[in-house]
Ligand binder design. Sequence first.
Ligand SMILES: *Cc1c(COP(=O)(O)O)cnc(C)c1O
Length: 385
Amino acid sequence: MSDGQSLKPRTLAAQALRRMDETTGGVVPPIHVATTYQRDQDNAYSKGYTYARPDNATVRHAEAVIAALEGAAGALLFASGMAAISAVFVGLPKGARVVASTVMYTGSRNFLDQECPRLGLDVERVDTSELEGLERAASAAPTALVYVETPGNPLWTIVDIAAAARIARRAGALLVVNSTSATPILTRPLALGADIVVHAATKYLNGHSDVVAGALAFAREDDTMARIARVRQIFGGILSPFDAHQLTRGMRTLPLRVEAQSRTAMDLAHRLTGHPLVARVYYPGLPDHPGHEVAARQMTGGFGGMMSLGVKGGERAAIATAAAVQVWTRATSLGGVESLIEHRASMEGEGTPCPPNVLRLSVGLEDPDDLYDDLDAALRAGASA
Ligand SMILES: *Cc1c(COP(=O)(O)O)cnc(C)c1O
């Protein structure tokens, strides 16, 4: 019970698994800062800790909360989302073949296209929202891993996780799902057949734009998990105890934040759909989004806080709109309590699949009317700039 097999996400998150300080009874555990641990007289380490690069108790607590929320056998935390993602690929044997989505976070795209070939990995990128293409790519040659992001940056493309898991299994490959924007509150990829879930914990899990962290949650505590734990130990990419503590605090309110952000995003998506200066709203909660049906099946309780707007008047009007906001903040990143707006193509640079008139919105916890009125005013200012 203490690791929360039967408890609901709000209870798991709010209580952070009820881990307390055994010395004082403090309801919040201390931050364990020691880098090294005393051996027993018989030379063993019976408490299970040796040194802080492999492992740390404050990090383990945050990992246990993530594992409970994802319904995972275990989780590992890293110093950033990219450190978590790269550990998955660094752990693969030389020459391994990877099939990955075309639409995804730019950092991952650059890692797959530029760094993986140098690691001797063979990466094929396909539109994973089309199952036939995914099946063809995964069965074309022996494949070690299928990597998808859903909803996928920056147009919130949806991948059918259960179908992708079946395709990966038939091909003898692992399915890795980057679920950063869905969060474990809206989607639990492991229950749909995925093998590993990735979170840029920098985003919704922490939720306050003040920690950089990455997490992997595993369906099984198996050789793959052990191999990736070893990569973390050898490459040294573990999260710091202070950040792990801050992350656990952030996760206590994750369900409430994500529910409110999803509600506000849906409300804005509806209002902006009819806006005279908006060419297109990209949000999986809208029935005209190409992934809506699958999203409605695999996301529960909302469609998330991320959306994008195609602005009429092209790139110039989009950048001028972003320049005119006063309640939203012009910044990259996502998943925080404050709403952010970003001209995504400028951030992604060359080779981006993002249309030049697109603004990416990360919906925060402000009043929906304030957010809408500010966007409406900014769109008008942008159109006449
Ligand atoms: C931000 C993000 C990352 C990278 O995370 P960092 O913590 O910035 O390294 C990876 N994937 C997705 C989907 C992201 O949003």
